[in-house]
Design a protein around this ligand. Structure first.
Ligand SMILES: *Cc1c(COP(=O)(O)O)cnc(C)c1O
Length: 367
């Protein structure tokens, strides 16, 4: 069970629309597909032109705001949110520090696309980030837990170090969503997240958002999105709003399934990495910083053939990405991650737990 304050946020998110209804209004959110609006003398900023804002984007941001405890800006992809934050928070001559084992495309934007504009990207392994030299940095972007190593960073401690160095701390909170981890409450300045993953949760949309309590930065993010054309279409925003209504429910089951899978695999002698297990090096930090240990676990089957036999025997979906309704497995060495050939990143889905465990046992029997 998630703690009370987080349940309250989930409740507010679920009832965001119904709390505002008047007699005769549709209970479900209408999808409004328009590129332009009838103009009066004082048009509201979200009802002028579709690239500035639309009702579905605005409603979705309001729902996400309950989750993050801050104003949110929706982008057409998780990478849109990350690129948007870099464009809004960095200038020529600035240094950005980010994890060398972090999301590959964030490193491409910082180190490749922004390099000709005079931005310097410094990559540090997550395990060394807590002691990294942040002098001269304008922005520190971290992922905790890291992907796919599932190493944790102490957000509160790192926020203090970043601020002492004059840098902002941004946390890519895709793994956890605001239900499992609230970086802004721990001192981070910015949250970015790919809602493509657990927040969207049905493997059917690409979307992201950035959240910050810094009003000037939110204004800058909105300007970057508006002028650079990074806003999602109404349909994607509408789909995410719908998904957010069941996020807490899905998250509970996914985390419970992750725990059950971690136990079953570890019990069969597979090397499991999951922050909820006492043998994880950051177990105590996870218990303090995260509301639940998450839906993603790492499992090393000792070789590529064994990992493939497990997937085949269990009948588990082989796919990249995570956070969808179906339990899935991704052999990360395929993507060049610094992990053993037989390492699977498993994303626990919302299947009933008993048959999922039976499937895992069939996979283990095939080893
Ligand atoms: C998927 C992902 C992203 C990028 O999200 P897109 O919606 O694919 O652009 C960024 N960070 C993390 C941690 C991710 O898993």
């Amino acid at each position: 069970m998630l703690p009370h304050d987080i349940q309250a946020a989930a409740m507010a998110m679920l009832h965001h629309r119904t709390a505002r209804l008047r007699d005769g209004d549709p209970v479900a959110e209408p999808l409004v597909t328009t590129s332009t609006f009838r103009l009066g003398d004082q048009p509201p900023p979200d009802a002028i032109y579709g690239r500035y804002g639309t009702p579905n984007v605005e409603a979705c941001e309001a729902r996400l705001g309950h989750l993050e405890g801050a104003p949110c800006t929706l982008f057409a992809a998780g990478m849109g949110a990350i690129a948007g934050v870099m464009l809004a928070a960095l200038k020529s001559g600035d240094r950005v520090v980010l994890p060398s084992d972090g999301y590959f495309h964030s490193r491409v934007v910082a180190g490749d696309i922004l390099a000709p504009f005079g931005v310097e990207a410094v990559e540090v392994p997550t395990r060394e980030m807590a002691e990294a030299d942040l002098a001269g940095a304008a922005l520190v972007l971290i992922e905790t837990p890291s992907n796919p190593g599932l190493d944790l960073l102490d957000i509160e401690a790192l926020a203090a170090r970043a601020h002492a160095a004059g840098a902002r701390l941004a946390v890519d909170n895709t793994f956890c969503t605001g239900l499992l981890q609230r970086p802004l409450d721990l001192g981070a300045d910015i949250v970015v997240a790919a809602d493509t993953k657990a927040a969207g949760g049905h493997s059917d949309l690409i979307l992201g958002h950035a959240a910050t309590r810094d009003e000037a930065l939110t204004e800058r993010l909105r300007a970057v999105r508006k002028f650079a054309g990074m806003i999602p279409g109404p349909f994607e925003a509408w789909m995410l709003s719908r998904s957010l209504e069941t996020l807490e429910l899905r998250m509970e089951r996914m985390c419970a399934n992750a725990a059950a899978l971690a136990d079953a695999l570890a019990g069969a002698g597979v090397a499991v990495r999951w922050p909820g297990r006492p043998d994880h090096p950051d177990h105590a930090l996870a218990a303090r910083q995260m509301r639940a240990p998450g839906l993603v676990l790492g499992a090393d089957f000792g070789g590529r053939a064994a990992a493939d036999r497990f997937i085949e025997g269990a009948g588990i979906l082989a796919a990249t990405s995570f956070g969808g309704t179906h339990t899935s497995a991704d052999r990360r060495a395929r993507w060049g991650d610094a992990v053993p050939e037989g390492f699977l990143r498993l994303s626990a889905g919302i299947e009933p737990t008993a048959p999922l465990l039976e499937a895992a046992r069939r996979g283990l029997a095939a080893l």
